[in-house]
Design a protein around this ligand. Structure first.
Ligand code: ATP
Length: 588
């Protein structure tokens, strides 16, 4: 890799810095302005101090031998008093900076989380189902999101050190305009080392994202309650502990190798800087011997040059850090720039107030992103308003996919999906989702009260206690909830939303047969006046539907009322009799 390439890359990365600063500014403008002003003051104070040292030394040199009286020592005492005031002022300024810095970082940290949350929520479901998205989210939310803050910190130090450095340079210029130039040039190799190794570190960090994520996962398996029972029963603790250690060992080794190379390169560039300092100082001492400069000059020059070196080093460190942080910023901004594909139409149509005609899939073909296999192929389905339709079929037939497309988690590759004749892509996504209520295959137990868990079904309607209890009736009892009980809570949540389209994916899969029988008795009443689509493997449930659609390999292969289907000798009837025989065999 050539130096030119490295620098071009560096320039590209640094382009993220203004955006990060904008973000910081937007989150806390007043604090940031106050902080910047204080840093400039903090940067100037040491320059004043060094300048006064020369006055003090020269005053002392004149005073010594002139006898001790207030008149002779007054100038030196005055200078010393101002220097003391500068030291006190520095303490105060630094205290204020630290205070502002904490307030600012809290604000900015929360603002970044807000942005990440908004983007994660707006992302298509497809993103969540791809490992690439997980890697991006992991990068953006674990490490990258604290980078703007770190950048702020580095930017602040850079500003302060920069101000001091310019001040110090101004102090040494009278001794030779080349002095500050040499100071800067001597540190360029160190700058290059910093940039090079930050890039290598970041490259490694990105390449290792998946491994870091795996390490996080093993750690999670070993320490979280959901896994506790299984890993004990199957004695998986040792396996996960070892796998975690293996991944960590690899990551640790790579990181330490990088660090070793970096330390050697830093040592070489640091030695070069030292040689230059030695030569410049020798020159200055030589001039003092010749009487070309005073003792005060020598002290000032030494202090300014010595501090200049330190400042340059810290400045470079900060530039390096800014660069390193800007590399990570790319991950944050890349995540924040993710564009969802499922978005509102440019001029959306009004959603119907009530569903009058029904739901229609017309010649829909769909593949999941990144896969070749068609999940739905030339799929046609019509469910008139008010009908209870069951979709049955073997695993992987595409039943849940039908639901995901109806909710518009994905858009079909070809064909269209209509509600009352309107293409669902022409409706606002939120309006469309409010037209239906869905019980997903694996409903989510939110960490909240049962009432809240049900109330989440319709936050907009601000359900009161009575409505929640009404929705809960028959669904949930008890406090320690089993999976089946959670399913009933999720059903109550789905029913709380008085939407016209009711979609249930395996609503009774975790219920015992008593609970199911009880639920089936009430189901028709609950679904009354609504269009219901039920995906199920249970014949008991399918038999309650008006129409059953049998799916195989992404298509409907048979449709009709349960009794019609039973009288045909098609897949439904065959599956039914197979289940009946199995039941009878078990009973015998
Ligand atoms: P089950 O009865 O097991 O729930 P299903 O009929 O609901 O099955 P779908 O979940 O719709 O089946 O899946 C249809 C096909 O699409 C399957 O081959 C499945 O592997 C594939 N599939 C489902 N979800 C995804 C996804 N997110 N990415 C890629 N392929 C997927």
């Amino acid at each position: 890799m050539s130096v030119r390439n490295d620098l071009r890359e560096a320039r590209k990365q640094l382009a993220y810095v203004p955006r990060a600063l904008q973000l910081v500014w937007g989150a806390a403008p007043a604090l940031t302005a106050a902080w910047g002003a204080l840093l400039v003051v903090d940067g100037l104070l040491p320059v004043g101090f060094v300048y006064l040292t020369r006055l003090l030394v020269d005053n002392l040199v004149t005073t010594i031998g002139a006898g001790v009286s207030w008149d002779t020592i007054r100038p030196a005492v005055l200078v010393a008093a101002v220097m003391a005031a500068i030291l006190v002022a520095r303490e105060l300024v630094q205290l204020a900076v630290a205070w502002i810095r904490t307030a600012q970082s809290e604000l900015i940290g929360d603002e970044i989380r807000r942005l990440v949350h908004a983007r994660a929520y707006a992302a298509d479901l497809a993103f969540y189902e791809s490992p690439d998205y997980h890697d991006r989210l992991h990068r953006a939310s674990t490490d990258a999101s604290r980078r703007p803050l770190a950048l702020l910190e580095n930017g602040g130090s850079l500003l302060k050190d920069g101000v001091t450095l310019v001040g110090m340079a101004a102090l040494v210029i009278p001794y030779g305009a080349w002095v500050p130039l040499v100071l800067v040039l001597s540190t360029l190799p160190a700058l290059y080392v910093v940039i090079l190794f930050n890039r290598r570190l970041h490259g490694w960090w990105e390449d290792a994202t998946a491994e870091r994520r795996w390490a996080g996962y093993y750690d999670w398996v070993l320490t979280y309650s959901e896994f506790a029972a299984e890993i004990r029963q199957f004695d998986l603790g040792g396996y996960f502990k070892d796998t975690y250690q293996q991944v960590r060992k690899k990551l640790r080794g790579e990181r330490l190798r990088l660090l070793r190379d970096e330390s050697l390169a830093r040592l070489a560039s640091g030695l070069l800087g030292l040689v230059v300092t030695g030569v410049v100082m020798a020159w200055m001492v030589w001039r003092a011997f010749l009487g070309q400069v005073t003792l005060g000059d020598l002290v000032l020059f030494y202090q300014a040059f010595d501090r200049g070196q330190l400042l340059m080093r810290s400045l470079l460190g900060n530039v390096g850090q800014i660069y390193a942080n800007s590399l990570f910023l790319e991950n944050l901004f890349e995540f924040l720039d993710l564009q969802p594909h499922v978005v509102d139409a440019l001029s959306p149509r009004e959603a119907p107030a009530a569903v009058r005609e029904g739901v229609t899939f017309r010649d829909v073909t769909f593949r999941y992103p990144g896969t070749e296999r068609v999940a739905l192929e030339h799929f046609d389905l019509s469910i008139p308003a008010g009908q209870v339709a069951a979709i049955v079929g073997p695993n992987g037939a595409g039943k849940s996919t039908v639901i995901k497309l109806l909710c518009r988690f994905y858009d079909p590759g070809a064909g269209r999906i209509e509600i009352d004749g309107l293409d669902i892509r022409d409706l606002r996504v939120l309006d469309l989702r409010r037209l239906s209520t869905v019980l997903f295959q694996s409903p989510v137990p939110y960490h909240a009260t049962v009432a809240d868990n049900i109330g989440f079904g319709d936050l907009l309607a601000r359900p009161d206690r009575a409505q929640i209890e009404e929705a809960a009736r028959g669904f949930a009892h008890g406090t320690q909830l089993s999976v089946g009980e959670w399913q009933r809570i999720a059903l109550a949540r789905a029913f709380l939303r008085r939407a016209d389209i009711l979609v249930l994916d395996e609503p009774t899969s975790f219920m015992d047969s008593w609970a199911e029988a009880e639920w089936l008795d009430r189901f028709r009443r609950l679904a009354k006046g609504r269009t219901a689509i039920i995906v199920t493997h249970r014949f008991t449930l399918a038999m309650r539907a008006d129409v059953v659609h049998v799916m195989q390999r992404g298509r409907i292969v048979e449709s009709g009322s349960p009794s019609e289907l039973l009288s045909h000798r098609g897949p439904f009837a065959q599956s039914w009799s197979a289940q009946m025989q199995a039941d009878t065999a078990t009973r015998d």
